[in-house]
Design a binder for this molecule. Structure first.
Ligand SMILES: [Zn+2]
Length: 93
């Protein structure tokens, strides 16, 4: 015979199971930092504790040069849009 549980007990059990599952998912992605031994997530490029460089699993991070170019283009476009908006507002006021 199945043990009778209240709605609240069921909810608590479900919540507990969800937490456990989440913890298992996180633990699957934990690796040990070769520099300090701290547990870090496997996608990280830098250790959060010692700042040591890590090799992320599954993908290769974009190189710094490319990131700088993309950032430059982003800010260039953003400033151009702001400048044009400002000019349009000033001209048609
Ligand atoms: Zn570390």
């Amino acid at each position: 015979m199945k043990k009778r549980t209240t709605v609240y007990e069921d909810r608590a059990a479900k919540e507990e199971a969800r937490k456990k599952k989440r913890q298992e998912q996180i633990e699957k992605h934990l690796v040990v930092c070769p520099h300090c031994g701290e547990k870090v997530l496997d996608h990280m490029t830098k250790c959060h504790k010692c700042g040591g460089k890590l090799v992320p699993r599954g993908y290769t991070p974009m190189d710094e040069k490319k990131v700088k170019i993309i950032r430059g283009v982003f800010w260039g476009v953003t400033l151009a849009v702001i400048a044009v908006t400002f000019l349009v507002v000033m001209l048609y006021k």
